[in-house]
Each structure stands twice: as C-alpha cells, then as structure tokens.
Design a protein. Structure first.
Length: 123
C-alpha cells in the first residue's frame, strides 16, 4: 500500500508492507467495538445535554472527589447520570473545558453523521 502526503515541500510517498485489508482483518472485532462505543457515547452525551443542559458538568467535576478511585468515580457517574460505564469513562477522561464547548446542536450533528455513516455500511 502506498500513501501520498502533501507537505510544504511537495508530495511525499510512504510505502507500507502490510496491506490495509490484512490490518482490517486482524483488528475487525476491535474496530467494530470502537464504532459501537462511539455511538453509545454520542447518544448518551446528546441525551445529557438535551435533558440537563450543561448542569451535569458539576456532577462530573466532583465525581473524582471524596477520595474516590477511578473505578468508584466511573461507577458514581454511571449511577448518578444514568449512563453506561463507557460514557462515564469518556466523561472522566475529557476536560471540562472540552465538554463545555459541546452544544446540543454540535452533538446532534455528530450523532446524525455517525448514524448516516453506519447506515451506509449496513448491507
């Protein structure tokens, strides 16, 4: 496989010995899991913003407090916000500033694009 990359000094070509299909075949389950996880997170984030605005950010801010371990903070968020464990992990790993920059409109657009892409892949 060859990939061409435009740089300031022109175009560079990179050659890989591994075929993309081989990489895809070896990692297919992990790729599917990542796609499904992204859908869950986007859907739950959209629901949180639609129902609570950005009020839930305070809950995230205090989740690691009171000497909670990472797992306890994940569990707390999952129960408190009624979200999946994977979304709780995402919220804890994302900065409050990044979360604050989200809006219902942006999330809805991302989720709609995600759904459209998934529908295109469906056989």
């Amino acid at each position: 496989m060859e990939v061409k990359i435009a740089t300031q000094k022109g175009v560079s070509a990179l050659s890989f010995k591994t075929d993309f299909n081989e990489v895809l075949d070896k990692n297919f389950a992990a790729i599917c899991d990542a796609i499904a996880t992204r859908g869950i997170v986007l859907k739950e984030l959209l629901k949180l913003f639609e129902e609570q605005g950005d009020e839930f950010l305070e809950t995230i801010w205090f989740a690691p407090g009171n000497g909670r371990s990472k797992k306890e903070a994940e569990q707390f968020l999952s129960e408190e916000l009624e979200i999946s464990q994977v979304t709780a992990i995402y919220l804890l790993e994302t900065s409050i500033e990044d979360l604050s920059s989200f809006s219902v409109k942006k999330l809805k657009k991302k989720f709609d694009e995600y759904r459209t892409n998934i529908n295109k892949m469906t056989i």
